[in-house]
Design a protein around this ligand. Structure first.
Ligand code: NDP
Ligand code: GDR
Length: 363
């Protein structure tokens, strides 16, 4: 049987780290792109590549990392020509919607042109007929929603430089599929979160703050729009879909979502409940605050600096096609369990972090 070789761009991110574990488990030879950073950016995958010398000298290297950048064609061509992947998962992106308003050009270069560079690198390496490619498309494409819930046939209306860049990524994948008969697929994934979620996304920001407030290390949490509705799933459950999409007989695009949505306020209420704090919401708009019912202290406040120039008010996915064609079960981890998993992780994480800081101080 032909050896399965996977290349994951964005391997150091939330999804990339889970996908690397998943593909190693499936027996793939796994490669990842890593970009240069002034500080370590490999915390999520250290257990996959430090094994060799930290844990067990005899253990084989589990992932192979290569320096490259989505803004640098030559690096992509070099890596792809060298490792000749049978599957590529393009997860690399400037993935923060709010930040994309501050760095729109870089976001476009990475999230739009980056996809084009990757596709061209595959062609230049002579792999257009053999290599299957997955693109991390997003529910942000729907933006100002034209239909509820959103499916593969719902029209797009992107509302940020990030979403507009991802729209290009979506269409260039489709175009290369139609033009060159390449196996190019889009997974239109709705928000998915986990204990590895970046700390500036709203769910992780909330679970970390709830854990710090409960342990006395933070006084208040400042948030933006409390009324945004999101279809939040568990990242670990979504990884399998990326792989399933590339195992289909024909290339296609799929919505991956839970089919259930909640407000940011609801997420915060549940997260604080999980650490034993019952929030009571009073006020309206930017005056709205979340009070601790027991002490009357305002623990959550709105800060307009977190508002976006154009907001996506609600996203709700319809995963019927993924259910029918991929046989995927969208309700593996419930919303309540997702919040619980993240909060419980962050309670321990915060405790460890501050314990270490106290010990460092004492030395
Ligand atoms: P993260 O932000 O956690 O990870 C992004 C990854 O991309 C990191 O490995 C990052 O490297 C890398 N990266 C960023 N810019 C470049 C660049 N110029 N060249 C090479 N690598 C780069 O995102 P997630 O894991 O949450 O998401 C994965 C993908 O899925 C992204 O494309 C995102 O836009 C998309 N998506 C995510 C959803 C979600 O809810 N999580 C939903 C829908 C789509 P570094 O670690 O060095 O920063
Ligand atoms: P999103 O995720 O923009 O949906 O993009 P994020 O968690 O940043 O925002 C979700 C909603 O919460 C509101 N919000 C806040 N957001 C942040 N980050 N910080 C706050 O303090 C805050 N307060 C309220 C936001 O306005 C928004 O409505 C994520 C990313 O992973 C993208 O890469 C991916 O494509 C989409 O999900 C699907």
């Amino acid at each position: 049987m032909e050896k399965k070789v996977a290349l994951i761009t964005g391997i150091t991110g939330q999804d990339g780290s889970y996908l690397a574990e998943f593909l190693i488990e499936k027996g793939y030879e796994v490669h990842g792109l890593m970009r240069r950073s002034s500080s370590f950016n490999t915390a999520r995958i250290e257990h996959l590549y430090l094994d060799e010398w930290v844990r067990d000298m005899k253990k084989a290297r589990l992932v192979n990392l290569h320096w490259a950048d989505m803004t640098d064609s030559s690096s992509l061509i070099r890596v792809i020509s060298k490792i000749r992947p049978t599957e590529i998962y393009n997860l690399a992106a400037q993935s923060h919607v709010k930040v994309s308003f501050d760095v729109p050009e870089y976001t476009a270069d990475t999230d739009a042109n980056g996809v084009l560079r990757l596709l061209e690198a595959v062609r230049i390496a002579g792999l257009a007929d053999t290599c299957r490619i997955y693109q991390a498309s997003t529910s942000e494409l729907y933006g100002k929603v034209q239909e509820v819930p959103q499916s593969e046939t719902t029209p797009f209306y992107p509302r940020s430089p990030y979403a507009v860049a991802k729209l290009y990524g979506f269409w260039i994948m489709k175009n290369y599929r139609e033009s060159y008969n390449m196996f190019c697929c889009n997974g239109i994934l709705f928000n998915h979160e986990s204990e590895r979620r970046g700390e500036t996304f709203v769910t992780r920001k909330i679970t970390l703050a709830a854990a710090r407030i409960a342990q006395g290390y933070q006084d208040k949490l400042y948030l933006g729009n409390l009324n945004s509705l999101r279809d939040w799933g568990y990242a670990k459950d979504y990884i399998e879909c990326m792989w399933l999409i590339l195992q289909q007989p024909e290339p296609d695009d799929f919505v991956i979502a839970t089919g259930e949505y909640h407000t940011v306020r609801e997420f915060a209420t549940l997260a604080f409940k999980e650490v034993g704090i019952e929030l009571e919401w009073r006020g309206d708009g930017v005056d709205e605050k979340g009070y601790d019912k027991a002490t009357g202290k305002a623990l959550v406040e709105v800060d307009p600096k977190y508002f976006r120039p154009a907001e996506v008010d609600q996203l709700l996915g319809n995963p019927a096609k993924a259910k029918a064609k991929l046989g995927w079960n969208p309700q593996k981890t419930s919303f309540e369990d997702l919040v619980k998993i993240m909060v419980q992780h962050d309670m321990k994480f915060v405790k460890k972090l501050f314990l270490k800081a106290h010990m460092d101080d004492a030395q």
